[in-house]
Every structure is written in C-alpha cells, then in structure tokens.
Design a protein around this ligand. Structure first.
Ligand SMILES: [Zn+2]
Length: 715
C-alpha cells in the first residue's frame, strides 16, 4: 500500500497483503468489508464503517490472502498463467477493500483511533507483503512462467502483467539467500513503522504549528473571507477573541503573500520550517534511520544506493539522468530567480527610502509579499479583483466537467443519495459519451485538521475487467472553508490545482484494462504526473476559461483584459517556483544516493540537507526548498523517495502534449479521444515511454516546458 502525496496508487497485491502471525480477532459477519459493497460502483458503505471494523477486517483479509496464495504456490498442477498470475490478481479481495478505505481515510479524515491502528498494522502489512513476495514456492512458479513466456502465446496485456509480477518479485528480494531475506523482512517492517511515525509527526506538527494571533489588526492585508477563516480556525480550537493561521504543508505559506506585518510573516515562516525538528514531533532521528535502512536494503538487493534501486524501475532509469535534467533546468531557473529577487529588493529599498527608514535584505518570509506587489505593478490586478470569477462551483461544473465533456464526451450528475465519510464530500456519477455509467467521482475539497496537507487523488475501486469493477476515484484538496453562507473563491493556483487532481481522476476513470495491477494510475511515478499536469492546460485555455470564469454575483464573464493579465501573470515568479521545487528534488536525491555508513546522526540532519544544496549550487538564501526534510512527507512518508523529481520529468511530457493539442486544433473530441485511446485508457498495459512515443510521434523535448514556465530564451 503506497500512500503517495499527489496520487495514491493502490496496487492490489503490493498494497494489501496479510500478516506473518495470523490474527486472532475474528471478523463479524456484518463487517462492512466482509463482502463487496452493494452500492453503485461498489462505493464503500461509508455510513456503516466504524473504526472498530478495520482491525478484524485487516486480520481476516491477511489470513484469507495467505490461504489463497498458499493454494496457488502449492497447486499440484504445473504453473499456468491462469492458475498462478491471474489467480494472484484475484486474491486478497477483503484486504484490498479494507486497505483501500483505511489508507485513503487515514490521509483525508483520520482520528486518533485510526492512527493507532495504522501504527499497529503498518509493520504487519509490510510483513504480509514479504510473506508473499519472498515465498519460495510461489516465486518458483512465477519465474518458471517468465522463462517460458515466449511459448505461452499471451496477449500483450497478459505478457506485460507477467513481466511486471516477475520484476516485482525480483525487486522484493525473491532471489536472495534465506539469511538476506530474513534481514530484508526486518528492514521492511522497521521502515513501515518509521514512515508511519513520520507521517503522524508531520500531521501533528502542522496542526500544532498553527500561529495564534491576538489582534485582528495584525491580520492587515488578508481579505475578510480569510480573516473569517482564521476566526473559525480559532473557534474550532476553543480560542476566543483569537485568530489562527493554520499551516499548509509546504515551506511557503499562502498568507505570506498578503500579510503586511513583517514580524507576523516571520513567525509564520519560522513555524513552518521548524516542523519536525524538535519536541514531541521531532523527525530527525526518524529520517536518519530511514535513509540508513533504505541504503542497507538497496545494497542487499544488489544496488549501490536506494536511488539506483528506485530509478531502475522508473522511466528515468538512473540518477545521472535525473541529475542531468535538474542541471538543465536549474541554470535557467536560478538566473530567473536572481532577476526576480533584484526586482523585489529594488521595491523594498524604494519603499524604505520613501518612508525615510532603513531598508532591509529580502528574506524568505518577504518573497511572496513583495512578489505580489511586483505582480500588481507588472500586471495591474490583485487577487481580490479576480477572486469573484473563480468561484468553486463554476470552476467545477463549467471548468473541470465542461472540459472533460468537450474532450471525452463525459457527463456528470451529483448523487446526493450515496453515503460519504464527511458531510463536505460530494459524489458525482460519471457517464461516458454513449450514456453508459463509467465511474464515481468524489470531490473532497476543503481543509480539515484531520486531513493531510496538500492535494492528491486516490482510488477506492480500480477499474478492471477481470474483477468486473468500474472506478471510484476521489480528489482531495485543502481549500480553506469559508464561513457559512460565504462563497468559495479560489486563487488561480487553486483552480489549477483542481484541474491537476482532476487529471489524475480522469486517468483513473478512463482506464480500460483487464487486470487491476495495470489499471489507471498504477504507472511509474515519473509518468503518473503526466496526465494531471497535462490537464492543467485546460484551466488556462481561453475557450475553457471563458466558460467557467464568471462573477459569482452577477454571472458576468471575466473581462478579456483581466483574463489576459491573469494568464500572462502565470509566467511571473516562475524562477522562484521552479527553484524551490528543484531544491527539494535535489535534497530527495541526496538522501538516497548515500551508503548506509554515510547516514548522518539525527542532529546532523539539517546540516546534511544544507550541504547537499550547497554542493549542487542550489543554496540560494531567499528561496528555500519547497519542503525541508522534517516535513517532506512525499519522500519519508509517501511513495516518492528518490522520486520527487518525477513532477518535472512528467511535466516535460505534459507540456509537449499541450503543444500537440494546440497544433491539432485544441479542445476537440477528436483530440481528446486520441489521447484517451493511446494514453489515458491504457494504465500500465504497455511501457509508458512507448505509450508516449506512439501518441506524440517522437521522444519528449524539454523546450515546451521552459516556454510554459517562461524560462526559455534566457528571459
Ligand atoms: Zn499530481
């Protein structure tokens, strides 16, 4: 089970697996995970699921799958594709159901009881996974089939499935000696415990790090809606006459763009970067131990380091390719960032001179605030002016759903009759162009304290013809919920985020494959962000914007000149955005290019990170990594270790695809259907690089990405 920051991919077998010690807790007959849901699309019966149901279902699910796997491994019949590989695909249904719901809700709607279960269950699931992938009899059958693959006369999708299983067994250690396998199991269990602790520490540190403000005057610069949200956040914490600025998961905090009080900005910034570095939520020792164990595991499996192990199975192939891409983009980004900083410093100096006070040097907590002023000066609009045009319901119905209708013929109908896990969550039934039911889409957009930060997509049911399942997918964002009766007005970044996550959702919903293992978003991490980043293009495509960007009060469309400003402003501050991302990608790689003996002591964790940035020439004081290690959940609690670079890698494909659409007439059914047929419906039934090449007609090119970000041509 991977809990990934941006897209939670549930691979059936790797995901849910059983435990080495058979559990003793029996599963009641009426446990909601005992049998497939009878709701449309097998939507989980959220109204019937109680925390007490998870542990018995996990344990029964693991027992059941171990029994199924033993029957496959010890089948007296010779191994066939059907009785081995397809049988594995069919195994572990109970575990799949409970694991999917549990881990999705652990991310978006957790509670202390679930966190306890997570802590207990994570090492058991890791051990269960090993019990399957290190089963010698099972491995012998898989290996034999793979050796005979040429004579099995398999169709391409089945051959791909066999190949993927073989790769997964090898990568899980199936070929190791018994002694090495024993050590591997111990490492996997310890890692699962550590990553669970990391995730829980970040959640708590982020909630605890919220900044309490005593005077409303200190919130000068925030909009009334934002101040209302801060008052609500204080009330939720039982604080009277106080305002609370909750933290979001990144280093930079959105309120820093508008708060005029410099001391408060610094407090918020320091609260953000201090997460995971001290006290009860200190993650330094967790990090040191995680990187050490990952390095040791890589060595056991025959790789020089964890990055080499991870990247071999990604499109990139190896660390040198990733570092090459980072270098290629870094010089353009750094040059642009320095120019942006110079503009900001000039503004700071001019304002100080005008007031007759000493100037100061630009600090990280100043960047967004002054960048916003530079933006206003350059583009002559501010957030308050555009916000009324980006009202959530319009963006959803007339933006996301509209584009999906024009491109793929999809229609959306809200289902208020179906149960949800939280009253803010909405369910939409999706119909295909021919009117047939295609999928369910869950929209969970608002921030909550019991929800992980950031935005991501997750799946509750994977599309698969083998199991007769149609997809149920969800999008999760952290849009601050306004006070009752207030409209939900978004920034253009939030609009783009909605389109991004919906791109993942479409990848899941348009999946049209036989095997669950190869379904939808179950592709390499450096490919999975391709459909989502491609879908972002529609947020700014004039034909789509004209359709959704209407003033929520009057219905008036956004004036064309304001729209032009918003769109051209998208290239603004891209030096900053690109550099903070590259810094985080570099930190991630550095942690995973070491040998176990090079893992630092806990106290040296921040120093290790700083040295990595310095060595790469990416230590630029005003711009800090998008995530510092202490709260870098993608790599220490999610599935993105040695993989944070994947966003930029996939973005190359996404921007090339944007260029392809424009060259072929833009938003049309014909174009949408081509991409759907060649990429979006294919999951991992073919090598993703081949899917892209067949669609695009050639290898990816970095040019359109630099152009899209305004980094091209030395500008
Ligand atoms: Zn994504």
């Amino acid at each position: 089970m991977l809990l990934v920051a941006c897209v939670a991919v549930i691979a059936p077998l790797a995901a849910a697996a059983a435990t080495k010690e058979a559990g003793t807790v029996p599963m009641a007959a009426d446990n909601p995970f005992a049998r497939p849901s009878t709701l449309p699309f097998e939507l989980p019966p959220f109204d019937k699921i109680r925390d007490e149901d998870y542990t018995p279902a996990f344990e029964a699910g693991m027992r059941e799958q171990l029994k199924e796997v033993a029957a496959i491994a010890h089948n007296p019949q010779p191994a066939t594709f059907e009785n081995t590989i397809v049988a594995l695909e069919r195994s572990g249904r109970v575990l799949d159901r409970v694991g999917t719901v549990f881990f999705n809700l652990s991310s978006c709607n957790t509670d202390p009881k679930m966190q306890e279960i997570d802590t207990v269950m994570a090492p058991k699931l890791a051990a269960h996974n090993d019990a399957i992938f290190l089963d010698a009899a099972l491995w012998a059958r898989v290996d034999k089939l793979y050796t005979q693959r040429a004579s099995l006369k398999l169709d391409p999708e089945s051959l791909q499935l066999l190949t993927r299983y073989h790769v997964q067994f090898v990568r899980a250690g199936a070929q190791l000696s018994a002694a090495d396998q024993k050590r591997l199991r111990a490492i996997n269990e310890e890692l699962s415990t550590l990553t669970t602790r990391f995730r829980q520490n970040v959640l708590k540190a982020t909630a605890d790090g919220a900044v309490v403000v005593g005077k409303v005057a200190d919130l000068d610069g925030l909009t009334p809606v934002q101040i209302g949200a801060a008052a609500r956040a204080a009330a939720d914490r039982g604080l009277k006459d106080r305002w609370v600025i909750a933290l979001q998961n990144t280093t930079n905090q959105p309120t820093l763009a508008s708060l005029t009080n410099r001391e408060l900005r610094e407090r918020i910034y320091r609260a953000s970067v201090g997460r995971g570095l001290s006290g009860a939520t200190d993650n330094r020792a967790v990090i040191a131990q995680v990187v050490k164990l990952r390095a040791e595991r890589a060595r056991l499996l025959g790789y020089p380091d964890h990055a080499a192990y991870v990247l071999e199975d990604e499109s990139a192939g190896n660390a040198a390719a990733v570092e090459g891409m980072i270098r290629q983009v870094a010089s353009a980004a750094l040059a642009r960032a320095r120019a942006e900083a110079a503009d900001i410093q000039k503004l700071i100096d001019a304002q100080a001179a005008a007031r007759g006070v000493p100037s100061f040097t630009l600090e990280p907590w100043d960047w967004s605030f002054y960048a916003e002023q530079v933006r206003k000066a350059h583009y002559a609009f501010d957030q308050a002016q555009v916000a009324p045009y980006f009202e959530l319901e319009h963006v959803l119905q007339d933006g996301l759903f509209y584009a999906a209708h024009e491109l793929y013929g999809l229609s959306f109908k809200e289902r208020k009759d179906l149960p949800v896990y939280q009253p803010d969550v909405r369910v939409f039934e999706v119909s295909d162009a021919d009117g047939k039911p295609l999928a369910l889409f869950l929209a969970d957009y608002f921030a909550r304290d019991n929800k992980q930060g950031g935005a991501w997509m997750s799946g509750y049911v994977s599309q698969s013809k083998l199991l007769g399942q149609r997809p149920v997918v969800a999008n999760h964002l952290n849009i601050p919920k306004p006070q009752a009766g207030q409209p939900v007005l978004l920034t253009f970044d939030e609009v783009t985020g909605m389109f991004h996550e919906f791109g993942h959702a479409l990848h899941g919903m348009l999946s049209d494959v036989r095997y669950p293992y190869l379904s939808g978003t179950a592709v390499p991490r450096d490919f999975v962000e391709y459909p989502s980043q491609y879908n972002e293009m529609w947020a700014r495509e004039p034909k789509v914007v004209e359709h959704y960007a209407h003033d929520y009060r009057s219905g008036a469309p956004m004036p064309p000149e304001l729209l032009a400003k918003v769109l051209s402003a998208q290239k603004f501050n891209q030096g900053y955005a690109t550099l903070e991302y590259l810094e985080a990608a570099k930190v991630d790689l550095a942690w995973h290019l070491i040998d176990a003996s090079q893992a630092p002591a806990a106290a040296a964790v921040p120093g290790f990170e700083a040295a990595a940035l310095k060595d790469a020439g990416l230590d630029y004081a005003p711009i800090q990594p998008r995530y510092h290690s202490g709260y870098f959940s993608h790599i220490f609690a999610g599935g993105y270790s040695a993989g944070y670079y994947a966003y930029l890698w996939s973005e190359v494909l996404a921007r090339d695809t944007g260029q392809w659409f424009h060259a072929h007439g833009g938003l049309t059914r014909e174009n949408g259907d081509t991409l759907r047929r060649m990429v979006l419906s294919r999951g991992r039934t073919e090598d993703p690089q081949v899917l892209f090449r067949n669609f695009y007609g050639r290898e990816p090119d970095i040019g359109p990405l630099l152009e899209y970000r305004g980094l091209a041509g030395g500008g």
